[in-house]
Write a protein that binds this ligand. Structure first.
Ligand code: GCU
Length: 401
C-alpha cells in the first residue's frame, strides 16, 4: 500500500513536470487534452511483490521460485500465450554470399532460418558484424518492419548499422511479418509459424515473433565470434512489446530495450490512457490469445500491471523509452512502469530508475538497471536513440575501458 501512495504522488509530480517547458518548443509537445487526464487518477497498481496467495516476496530467491513463475504464467494464459520451445528440426543456411560493406568495416551476412526439417517454413535474417574486432562481439537482436531487401540501407529505417558496428556491436535483424503475418498490413512470404507448428497451448503473434527472436539467438550461438553473454534484444512499438516478452522468455537476452511499446508493452494498464485493451484487441486480436478478450474495458483488472512484464527480465537491465508526441503509447504510463519495476531489481541489490520524477525531454535516467528516456518528437526509433541504447549496453556489458 505504501508503494501505491508513492506511485500516485510520483504521477502528479510527473504531470506537473510535464507542464514545465524544458526547452524551446517543448511545451506544446507535452500538452495533453485535459479530458485525457481524467483516467490518470483513481487507479492502483497491483503490488508486483505480492504472490497470488497474498504472501509478500522479500528475497530474490522467493521472486525466482514463486512470484516470477506466477507472473509469467499470467502473461501466458491471459495475454500473449506461450512461446513454444525451439522446433526440433530448426537449422540454418546462408541465403546469399557474405559481403563487406561500409568501406570493408562490416561483414554482412544473410541467413535462412529453416524452422522445419524440409525447410518449407523459413525466414531470412541479416547480420552485420564489425570486422577486425578484438574479442567476441556483443550483438543487438531486432525485428523490424521491413523486408531484408528493404533493410540494406539501414539508416533509412533507423537501423544505423555502421554506427552500431563502429561502437563494436553486431546486429541481427529480421522482418517480423516474415516469421508470422501481421494481419494484412504487411504482405510478405511468411514462415507463418503458427499455421503449422501447433504446440499444446495457444499463442498469439507476439509470442510467435518472440520465438523468431530466440531462433535468431540460436543462430548467433553457432558463431564463435559472437559474445552470447552480451546479447541485447530491441524492438519498436509492437516489436517493443515483443522485445519485452522475448526478454521474459529467453534469458540469453541479457539486456532488453523497449522503444515506444505502449499498450501491452511498457504502458501502465490501470491508467487506461491512450490505447486501451479494448482498442488494441479490436484492431489486433491475433497478436494475443482469445482469453485476453475478457479484459476489454477492464484493463485495471488484469491480474498484474506492466511493471511485472518488465520485471520478468530482472536482474537483467531493461531500457524503456517513450516519445513526447506518442500519447497513444502513454509516455507517462511507460515511465511509471519503469519506475515500478524497481522494487524487483532492489531484491537483487540493484537500482531501478534513479529519480522518482519523469526525466525532462531528451534526458535519460539510465544509471540504474532500469532506464527510461523520452525523446522529443513522434513515435519513432531514431539514430540518436540508438546511441543512448548503445551507451547503456556498453555500461552494463562492462565495455567501457
Ligand atoms: C498501433 C497499435 C500499437 C502498436 C503500434 C505499432 O498503433 O495500436 O499498439 O504499438 O501500432 O506497432 O506501430
Amino acid at each position: 500500500m505504501k508503494r501505491l501512495t508513492i506511485i500516485s504522488a510520483a504521477c502528479i509530480v510527473a504531470f506537473s513536470a510535464m507542464a514545465q517547458p524544458s526547452g524551446p518548443g517543448a511545451i506544446s509537445r507535452y500538452e495533453i487534452d485535459p479530458d485525457d487526464r481524467a483516467p490518470v487518477t483513481g487507479y492502483t497498481l497491483p503490488d508486483v511483490l505480492v504472490c497470488n496467495d497474498g504472501n509478500a516476496v522479500r528475497t530474490a530467491r522467493q521472486w525466482e521460485r514463486k512470484r516470477r513463475p506466477e507472473i509469467k504464467a499470467i502473461y501466458e494464459s491471459e495475454m500473449f500465450g506461450k512461446v513454444p520451445a525451439r522446433p526440433a528440426d530448426m537449422h540454418f543456411g546462408l541465403s546469399a554470399p557474405d559481403s563487406l560493406v561500409y568501406g570493408g568495416k562490416v561483414l554482412r551476412r544473410r541467413i535462412w532460418v529453416y524452422l522445419d526439417a524440409a525447410g518449407q517454413h523459413k525466414f531470412e535474417m541479416m547480420l552485420h558484424l564489425p570486422v577486425n574486432h578484438a574479442g567476441k562481439i556483443p550483438c543487438f537482436v531486432a525485428l523490424n518492419f521491413r523486408s531484408i531487401q528493404d533493410s540494406f540501407d539501414g539508416t533509412r529505417y533507423e537501423l544505423p548499422y555502421e554506427a552500431i558496428a563502429d561502437e563494436g556491436f553486431g546486429i541481427a535483424v529480421a522482418f517480423h511479418a516474415s516469421i508470422e503475418p501481421d494481419g494484412d498490413e504487411y504482405e510478405t512470404e511468411s514462415a507463418s509459424v503458427r499455421s503449422w507448428y501447433k504446440p499444446a497451448d495457444e499463442w498469439g503473434c507476439i509470442s510467435a515473433w518472440a520465438m523468431g527472436l530466440s531462433a535468431m539467438a540460436d543462430y548467433l550461438a553457432t558463431l564463435p565470434e559472437v559474445d552470447m553473454d552480451r546479447l541485447a534484444v530491441i524492438g519498436h512499438s509492437r516489436l517493443g512489446k515483443t522485445a519485452l516478452w522475448a526478454g521474459a522468455n529467453d534469458e540469453r537476452f541479457s539486456l532488453v530495450i523497449s522503444n515506444n511499446s505502449g499498450c501491452c508493452g511498457a504502458a501502465t494498464n490501470a491508467r487506461m490512457f491512450g490505447e486501451t485493451f479494448e482498442a488494441i484487441y479490436n484492431r489486433f486480436p491475433y497478436w494475443f490469445i482469445p482469453a485476453f478478450a475478457k479484459y476489454s474495458n477492464r484493463d485495471g483488472e488484469f491480474p498484474v500491471d506492466q511493471n511485472a512484464l518488465v520485471a520478468l527480465s530482472a536482474p537483467r537491465p531493461v531500457y524503456v523509452a517513450s516519445a513526447s508526441e506518442d500519447h497513444w503509447a502513454d509516455p507517462c504510463g511507460e515511465w511509471l512502469t519503469a519506475l515500478n519495476a524497481g522494487p524487483v531489481y532492489e531484491l537483487y541489490g540493484l537500482k531501478g530508475l534513479s529519480e522518482d520524477t519523469m526525466p525532462a525531454l531528451g534526458h535519460c535516467d539510465d544509471y540504474g538497471s532500469v532506464a527510461y528516456k523520452i525523446h522529443n518528437g513522434p513515435h519513432a526509433l531514431y539514430a540518436d536513440d540508438w546511441l543512448d541504447y548503445i551507451k547503456f549496453a556498453k555500461r552494463h556489458f562492462c565495455l567501457y575501458k
